[in-house]
Design a protein. Structure first.
Ligand code: BES
Ligand code: ZN
Length: 619
C-alpha cells in the first residue's frame, strides 16, 4: 500500500516509508500473534465458507495473497482450535507440507507453511471445531423467533484465529472478499458490503475493499431482515425485533452526520447495525460497515443509544486508526469514548454529555478501587503489559475512562479548537495504519507541545500513560443535572416518600445515577416503596434493571428474584452478568444456588462471558 505509515523497530519510532518489496514494511512486535509480518505478510483474503447448522461447523478455504521478503522460507499464521485439512499454493493443487507448532492456551497454535521463491498466494483448507471460541451457535429457542438456529462471531481480541487461519494481529491489515454458503432461507452478513435480502440459493458474496485488521472479521447467519433508516444507515434484526430496533436507532444517520462534522468523512460507505439475540457478550462490536449490538440497548425510548455513537466512533478510532498491539488498547477505546461523548453533545446537548462523563467517572473510580492493593494495579496504566497474558485481561474501564479523561485533559489545556484540529490530523495522517502509544506521544509533542512548552508540563502526559492510578492533574467531570439527582437521592434516604420526589423528565442516566447514590444503603422496605412508585423490577431499561437487581440481591428484596433469574437466563452481556453474579456469591439468599443457576444459564452465554464467569464462580 503506497504511502502507508510504517513503524520502525520495536521502539516504534514512526517514519513514512513506501511499503514495497524494495523496502518492506517493518511491523512492531505483537506479543499476541505468532506471525512474523516482517518476513511474510498477508495482503488480501479470499474466503470461501460453508456454514452447517447441523454440524455446527464452518468449512472454509482461505486463499491469502501474501508479500514475502527475500530472506524467508516460511509464512506463519495463527490458529486456535482449527482443523487444518490441506494447504496448497494459490495456483496449484499440489499439497504443501505444513506444520502446526505447540499448543498454547491463550495463543493457540502457529501454522508454519513453507514457501518457495516467487509464491504470491497460499490456500488453506480447514474447518472449525466445537472449541472455536469466536463462534456462538444458537439453538432456535435462544432466538427471538424460536424457530431457526443462529450463528454469530466475535473476533476481538484474538479469536479471529478460531474461525479463520489468519495473521491475527491488529498491526496487520488486509482487504477481503468472501463467498458464503448457508442453508436456504438464511441471511448471511459480514463486516463488508452486505446484502439486504435473503438470496434464493443461500449463497452470498461479500467485499471489504478497505484494509482492516483481523479482529474486525465478522460473520452472522440467521433469519434476519433489514430496514433502511436513512441514506447510509439501516438495521438488521430478527423479524420479531426489527420494528423496535428501527425505532430505537432512528437517529443513527444524524449521529453519522455529527461524527463527520467533528472528525472528517466517513469512509466505510454504509453504517448498518445488526441487533443480535441477547446472548451477545458485549454491548456492541464495531465490525466495519456493520456494528454488532446487544438487544439490551432497546429500552423503548432511545435512552441507551450512546452505545451506537460509541461503535460508530470506532469507524475512525479503531477501524481507521488501529491500536498496533493490545497493549495500546486505550488508543482504540479511550479515543472512542471521547468521540462518542462529543457526538452525543452535538446531538443532545452539553448537559447530556456531562451526565455520561460523570457516570463514566464513577465507573473509573470503582475500577481503581477494585484494582488497588492487588497485582493488577499495574493494569491501571494506559500503556498495558499484557505479554504472556490473555489480552481480554486488559479490558477494563481504565482504557475507556482513564483514556477519555486524558483526552479531555489535553482538550482543556490547548483549547477545543486546536484540539479538534489536532485530532483531525491524527486521523488523516494515520488512516489505515496501526499506531502505538509511543507514536501518539510523539505526535502530541510534535503538533501540540512544540508550540507551547507550558502545556507539556501542565499535561503530565507521561504519568497518565506510564504510571498507575490517576495523575494529580485529573479534574473529574461535573453535571448540574446529576447534582440535583443526588439531592433527591439524599432526600429519599432521609425519609422523603418516593412519591414526593421530583423526578419529572428524568432520563435513563438520571435514574442510573439515582440508584447508584442509594444502592449501598437501601433496605428491602425502601426498595418495595421505590418499586411501587417507579416499577424498577419490571423496567425494560437494562442499565437500570441491572443496578436495581444488584441492590435487590444485596438487600434481600425477594420480590425482584424471579425477574433476576429470568434476566440471567437470557442475557449474556458480560458487563451485566459480572456484577450480578458477584453480588450473588456474597448473598446468603443466593450463595447455595448460584452455581446451579449459572450451570443452567451458561449454555446461553458466549465463550467470552463463560470464561470470565467460570473464573468468578470457581474461585
Ligand atoms: N470493541 C469493544 C468491545 C470489545 C473490547 C470486544 C475488547 C472485545 C475486546 C466495543 O467497542 C466496546 O467498547 N463495547 C462496549 C460498549 C461501550 C459503549 C463502552 C461494551 O460492549 O460494553
Ligand atoms: Zn469500544
Amino acid at each position: 500500500m503506497a504511502g502507508c505509515v510504517v513503524i520502525i523497530g520495536c521502539q516504534s519510532k514512526p517514519s513514512k516509508v513506501t511499503n514495497n518489496l524494495a523496502q518492506p514494511a517493518i511491523y512492531v512486535h505483537d506479543p499476541h500473534s505468532y506471525a512474523q509480518p516482517n518476513k511474510a505478510v498477508v495482503k488480501h483474503l479470499n474466503l470461501e465458507l460453508e456454514v452447517s447448522f447441523e454440524k455446527q461447523q464452518i468449512a472454509g478455504i482461505a486463499t491469502w495473497e501474501i508479500e514475502v521478503s527475500s530472506n524467508t522460507d516460511t509464512i506463519i499464521f495463527d490458529t486456535h482450535h482449527l482443523k487444518i485439512d490441506k494447504v496448497t499454493s494459490g495456483t496449484s493443487d499440489e499439497p504443501i507440507t505444513f506444520t502446526l507448532g505447540p499448543y498454547d492456551e491463550i495463543l493457540g497454535q502457529p501454522l508454519y507453511i513453507p514457501i518457495t521463491q516467487g509464491i504470491s498466494s497460499i490456500r488453506i483448507f480447514y474447518h472449525t471445531t466445537p472449541e472455536s471460541a469466536a463462534l456462538q451457535w444458537l439453538q432456535p429457542e435462544q432466538t427471538a423467533g424460536k424457530k431457526h438456529p443462529f450463528l454469530y462471531t466475535q473476533s476481538q481480541a484474538i479469536l479471529a484465529r478460531s474461525w479463520v487461519p489468519v495473521q491475527d494481529s491488529p498491526g496487520i491489515r488486509f482487504t477481503y472478499r468472501a463467498n458464503v454458503k448457508t442453508p436456504r432461507g438464511y441471511l448471511a452478513l459480514m463486516s463488508a458490503r452486505n446484502p439486504q435480502k435473503v438470496s434464493t440459493d443461500g449463497v452470498y458474496q461479500f467485499v471489504q475493499p478497505k484494509p482492516i485488521p483481523s479482529y474486525l472479521l465478522a460473520l452472522s447467519v440467521g433469519v434476519m431482515e433489514f430496514k433502511m433508516l436513512g441514506e447510509r444507515c439501516g438495521v438488521y434484526a430478527e423479524p420479531e425485533v426489527l420494528n423496535q430496533a428501527a425505532f430505537e436507532l432512528e437517529d443513527m444517520e444524524k449521529m453519522l452526520n455529527a461524527a463527520e462534522k467533528l472528525y472528517g468523512p466517513y469512509i466505510w460507505e454504509r453504517y448498518d447495525v445488526l441487533v443480535l439475540p441477547p446472548s451477545f457478550p458485549f454491548g456492541g462490536m464495531e465490525n466495519p460497515m456493520l456494528t454488532f449490538a446487544t438487544p439490551t440497548i432497546l429500552a423503548g425510548d432511545k435512552s441507551l443509544t450512546s452505545l451506537i455513537a460509541h461503535e460508530m466512533a470506532h469507524s475512525w478510532s479503531g477501524n481507521l486508526v488501529t491500536n498496533a498491539t493490545w497493549n495500546d488498547f486505550w488508543l482504540n477505546e479511550g479515543f472512542t469514548v471521547y468521540f462518542e461523548r462529543r457526538i452525543m453533545e452535538r446531538l443532545y446537548g452539553k448537559d447530556y454529555a456531562e451526565m455520561l462523563a460523570v457516570l463514566g467517572h464513577q465507573d473509573l473510580i470503582n475500577t481503581l478501587k477494585q484494582l488497588q492493593d492487588s497485582e493488577e494495579w499495574q493494569d491501571t496504566r494506559l500503556k498495558l503489559t499484557l505479554n504472556g497474558r490473555d489480552p481480554d485481561d486488559g479490558v477494563s474501564d481504565i482504557a475507556y475512562e482513564k483514556g477519555y479523561a486524558l483526552l479531555v485533559t489535553l482538550e482543556k489545556i490547548v483549547g477545543r479548537k486546536r484540539w479538534d484540529a489536532f485530532l483531525n490530523r491524527w486521523f488523516t495522517e494515520h488512516a489505515f495504519t496501526s499506531v502505538t502509544t509511543e507514536q501518539f506521544v510523539d505526535f502530541v509533542h510534535h503538533h501540540l507541545f512544540r508550540k507551547n512548552s507550558e502545556w507539556d508540563k501542565k499535561s503530565n502526559l507521561h504519568a497518565w500513560i506510564y504510571e498507575p492510578g490517576m495523575p494529580t492533574n485529573y479534574q473529574p467531570p461535573t453535571s448540574v443535572r446529576l447534582d440535583s439527582v443526588a439531592a433527591q437521592a439524599m432526600a429519599f434516604l432521609h425519609g422523603k416518600p418516593a412519591t414526593d420526589l421530583s423526578v419529572k423528565n428524568w432520563t435513563s442516566q438520571e435514574w442510573q445515577y439515582f440508584l447508584r447514590q442509594i444502592n449501598k444503603q437501601l433496605t428491602a422496605d425502601q426498595m418495595e416503596q421505590l418499586d411501587r412508585a417507579f416499577h424498577f423490577t419490571t423496567t425494560g431499561n437494562s442499565e437500570i434493571a441491572v443496578l436495581w437487581f444488584e441492590s435487590a440481591i444485596m438487600h434481600h428484596y425477594t420480590a425482584a428474584y424471579p425477574a433476576i433469574e429470568n434476566f440471567l437466563k437470557h442475557v449474556g452481556r458480560r458487563k451485566f452478568l459480572v456484577p450480578l453474579y458477584t453480588a450473588m456469591i456474597q448473598s446468603t439468599d443466593w450463595q447455595n444456588r448460584v452455581k446451579e443457576l449459572y450451570q443452567h444459564a451458561r449454555k446461553n452465554y458466549h465463550t467470552v462471558s463463560c470464561k470470565t464467569l467460570d473464573e468468578l464462580l470457581h474461585s
